[in-house]
Structure formats: C-alpha cells, structure tokens
Design a protein around this ligand. Structure first.
Ligand SMILES: [Zn+2]
Length: 248
C-alpha cells in the first residue's frame, strides 16, 4: 500500500509503502523508518539550532537526556563532515591567531595556560573562518594548517607571537602590534578576534565539556559563524539528512 503524496524524506523518491508496524518503506533507498520518529528528530534538531541545551530540550520534549545528547553529538559530527566537504582554501587577506578554550585560570595571554585547549584559527577577511584544535602552538604545527588551508601567496596578518616568525615563506606577512596599530587601518586581526569572542560566548554555555571532545564544539562554532547570514535551520536539516540520518 502506498502512502499517497508522500515523498521519501531521505532520498526524494515518491511512493513510500506503509508497513504493518506503521513505519514506511522506501523501495529506492531500501530502508524503513518511522515518520513520527523522524518528526521528533526534526524537533530535537530545531532545539539544537536554537542552541538550547540537551538537558532543556529533553525536558521540553519529554525525551531522555541520553537520547537527546546522542542526537546533539550526531549533529555535531555531521557538521564536522559537512565543513570538510564544503571547505575551500582561504585566500587574499587572511588573519591567523591562536586562542585557548576552557579551563578557569587565566594564563600569560592564554598561551601555555593550564587545563586549556589550544585552538588555531585562520580567517579570510570578509569570508570564512577555519579552526583546528591543536596539541601545541609551535611553528611546525601552525604552519602545517597554513599550508593545507590557505592559498600560497595570501597576505597574512598575525600578532608578533614567535611561532609566526617565518610565515613569509607562505606569502606576505604583516605583524600587528597591538599597541601600534593606530593610523594603519588595515593592519589588524579584528576579524579572527571577533570570531574568538563569538565562539567563546557560546562555548561558555557548555560547561563541563571533556577536553577530548572540544573539536566538535569548536567546529560547530565555525559552522554557525560561517553561515551566520543564511537561514541556518534548513542548512542543518540538509546537513543532518546527509551525514546523520536517524532511521529509528
Ligand atoms: Zn527514500
């Protein structure tokens, strides 16, 4: 028996059949799923989109916290995959900077601070940001990302941290001295610093993230920032459908 007018949510094929257990069967995709559970999952995704915590979402929808937390984790994984897929090398005027997430103690400009996670960021002016969770902030580590993620010959802006000393091998290098930028309007790293504020404001809500799990959260911030001027919910729906479909 066909479910009339019903298109498969996953593959777009028309002509789903309804099974005795009320699930639907897609003959093109050769899988079955429950439409009511799909609807519930899209509700969970909507709360994720609104940046409501897994705990509050579980309360609102009368679901178990573990079920919601598992879906949130799956959405973040999907975001990581989507971001890899859509990535294009950054080019033109590019700002690079490192920052630290988590931990309570303030370190010396955050560098080498205890119990914090180093994150490297590269931002194309008027474009996108790329982030990487890094084990250290040595020149070798940071340059590997620069090499992989930026076009050679870009114009780089960084502060005067020692790891950036030989950056000119990848393009023109402008060092920004925080105290001496007056009168040089282009010579700044305000773009990437703006991203750090954006990300940390959100990160703040996720207290108690295990340090080992920072990557998906940081990538979520990157994704939200890069798509901040677009309708985000439909994009999240497509990303989830592609990379984290929930069948049951
Ligand atoms: Zn299908």
């Amino acid at each position: 028996m066909y479910v009339h007018g019903c298109k498969c949510w996953f593959c777009g094929n028309y002509g789903l059949s309804r099974l005795a257990d009320k699930r639907v069967w897609c003959s093109a995709w050769r899988r079955k799923y429950s439409l009511s559970k799909l609807k519930r999952d899209l509700n969970v995704l909507y709360y994720f989109y609104l940046e409501v915590s897994a705990r509050e979402c579980a309360n609102e929808l009368s679901l178990s916290y573990n079920a919601v937390a598992a879906r949130y984790a799956a959405y973040r994984k999907a975001i990581v995959k989507y971001s890899e897929q859509e990535f294009k090398k950054l080019r033109g005027l590019v700002e690079a900077d490192e920052s630290y997430f988590g931990g309570k103690r303030k370190g010396n400009r955050g560098r080498g601070a205890f119990n914090k996670q180093a994150v490297f960021g590269i931002l194309e002016r008027d474009g996108r940001v790329y982030t990487a969770v890094v084990d250290n902030v040595s020149a070798a580590t940071l340059f590997e990302h620069i090499k992989q993620k930026t076009r050679k010959g870009s114009v780089f802006y960084t502060d005067d941290f020692k790891s950036y000393k030989d950056l000119k091998q990848y393009g023109k290098h402008n060092k920004v001295k925080h105290s001496k930028t007056f009168g040089k309007a282009h010579n700044h790293i305000n773009g990437i610093e703006g991203f750090w504020s954006y990300a940390k404001e959100r990160f703040h809500k996720y207290h108690g993230i295990n340090k080992k799990n920072y990557l998906p959260y940081v990538k979520e911030m990157e994704f939200r920032f890069n798509h901040r001027n677009e309708p985000l919910y439909p994009l999240l729906v497509n990303t989830t459908r592609q990379f984290a479909p929930k069948i049951n």
